[in-house]
Design a protein around this ligand. Structure first.
Ligand SMILES: NC(=O)c1ccc[n+]([C@@H]2O[C@H](COP(=O)([O-])OP(=O)(O)OC[C@H]3O[C@@H](n4cnc5c(N)ncnc54)[C@H](O)[C@@H]3O)[C@@H](O)[C@H]2O)c1
Ligand SMILES: N[C@H](CO)Cc1c[nH]c[nH+]1
Ligand SMILES: [Zn+2]
Length: 430
């Protein structure tokens, strides 16, 4: 991991560019997958699963028996941990159910807003390099709280054509039993267009690799909503000289082990701390099973030394990380200065993996700088907000003239007339 000492401000933006290793002709390849699934449905899903996941899948839909069997394959210890995590995620996301205010903008003009669940949602659970059953919790729980009518889940099969038992167990623990063995761009296509087996949904959720992310981007053009661009995991740690170098290294590695395309960044006002973290990284890497993946990610990662913690925060706001850790003294006092980040972890004991699994916040977060303009998944992601208004006769008498004048100025006389005929009727009734 290279260290950059005091780069001039004019160079900062360059460091904030994420490394990208797009597959050759990514967009064309993904567009071709989408088209094949749109035209050939299940036949294409089976063909593409054989091509990309190297396995022949006879039944795309997971059977009730497979789900039941998975329950017996998950240890009690893991079941208990999943229940603890689910409890916290449920508490945090339930608290997002806010009572919408109803206001009278003028006497006789009542306006209000209501959250209504998106009817059919498709959850994508990554499974290429690791089956992320924790993502089932992160997407399934808010979908259930929101009251989505149909919740279906897609995830790639393993080399034997099975779905990881923890993924199946977690889904069924939440009451989600419609699960399909399909991953990558083909899963997104199936959810977007529908096939004989996989239903078409209104909105597609979930993180994934470049094929999944590109497919989500492309199906948006066909009127399918998506949650957010959630690509390769990343973390930026701001650490001062009081930080524990071992803790900082452990947090950097926790995101580096996601994939070779992940990026981790250390920003500090202390050269000594950066040097200590580098030593700790090497020590911890040597015992990591996924060391080779993490090492690749570290090659595309860096540390920056700046003059002050305020400058470090300015850098982070420009970088807009998916996860931001403030391993600094009095971290809470700096929280209000954070403008761009997916999720923030304050203090030495708020490790990022707590948010990945169990503290309650959602781990489906914007990457690649999208934290500048996107939020992570929340309860809001699963609802749309419908506005209502109820205008009385006296209310229309108050606001009517303003509407007529504005409509006339836009030369939309039918708009004006919709008010005028009502005002006339009110007048005639007197
Ligand atoms: N931002 C977030 O919120 C968040 C959360 C969790 C995970 N992630 C990220 O999600 C990603 C998960 O990626 P993954 O690969 O492990 O799983 P994945 O499920 O996203 O992708 C696996 C699928 O990709 C398809 N695929 C693989 N190679 C292909 C090829 N050459 N051509 C066409 N399709 C191909 C296959 O169909 C396979 O099933 C990681 O980058 C991880 O960092 C992000
Ligand atoms: N860090 C990932 C989000 O970027 C989420 C995750 C799932 N499992 C472990 N981590
Ligand atoms: Zn993680």
């Amino acid at each position: 991991m290279k260290t950059i000492i005091n780069p001039p401000y004019t160079d900062w933006a360059e460091y904030c560019e994420r490394p990208s290793f797009p597959a050759e002709d990514l967009e064309e390849k993904v567009a071709a997958v989408l088209e094949e699934v749109r035209l050939e449905g299940d036949k294409a899903l089976k063909k593409l699963t054989l091509a990309f996941d190297k396995v022949e899948v006879e039944n795309i839909k997971v059977s009730a028996m497979e789900i039941e069997k998975a329950g017996s394959e998950v240890s009690d210890d893991l079941k208990e941990a999943i229940a603890v995590a689910a409890g916290n995620i449920r508490i945090f996301h339930s608290a997002q159910q806010v009572k919408e205010p109803s206001v009278e903008t003028m006497t006789g003009i009542k306006c209000w807003r209501k959250s209504v669940a998106i009817e059919k949602v498709g959850l994508y659970i990554p499974g290429g390099s690791a089956p992320l059953f924790s993502t089932v919790l992160m997407l399934g729980i808010p979908a259930m709280i929101a009251g989505c009518g149909k919740i279906v889940l897609c995830t790639p099969p393993d080399k034997n054509g099975n779905i990881n038992p923890a993924v199946l167990y977690t889904a069924s623990f939440l009451g989600i039993n419609e699960i399909y063995k399909v991953g990558g761009a083909q899963a997104v296509a199936a959810l977007a267009f529908g096939t004989k087996t996989v239903p078409k949904v209104d909105k597609i959720f979930g993180p994934g690799n470049q094929y999944v992310t590109k497919a989500k981007e492309l199906v948006q053009k066909n009127g399918i909503a998506i949650d957010l661009p959630a690509g390769p995991s990343e973390v930026l740690v701001i650490a001062d000289s009081t930080a524990d170098a071992d803790f900082v290294a452990s947090d950097l590695l926790s995101q580096a082990e996601h994939g070779p395309d992940s990026q981790v960044v250390l920003v500090s006002d202390s050269v000594e701390l950066v040097e200590k973290v580098k030593i700790a990284l090497n020590e911890q890497l040597s015992v990591l099973p996924r060391a080779s993946v993490a090492e690749k990610a570290l090659e595309n990662s860096f540390s920056v030394v700046l003059n002050s913690i305020t400058e470090c925060i300015d850098f982070s706001n420009l970088y807009a990380p998916e996860h931001l850790i403030l391993a600094i003294e009095k971290a809470e006092e700096f929280a209000d200065q954070i403008q761009n980040a997916g999720s923030v972890f304050l203090g030495n004991y708020s490790c990022e993996s707590a948010g990945d699994y169990a503290s309650g916040t959602n781990h489906t977060l914007p990457t690649n700088g999208y934290a500048r303009n996107y939020s992570g998944v929340s309860l809001d992601s699963f609802v749309k907000k419908i506005t209502f208004q109820n205008i009385s006769k006296s209310g229309l008498q108050k606001i009517g003239r303003s509407i007529e004048v504005m409509a006339e100025a836009e030369q939309l006389l039918a708009h004006k007339n919709a008010v005028s005929i009502r005002l006339k009727k009110i007048q005639d009734e007197k």
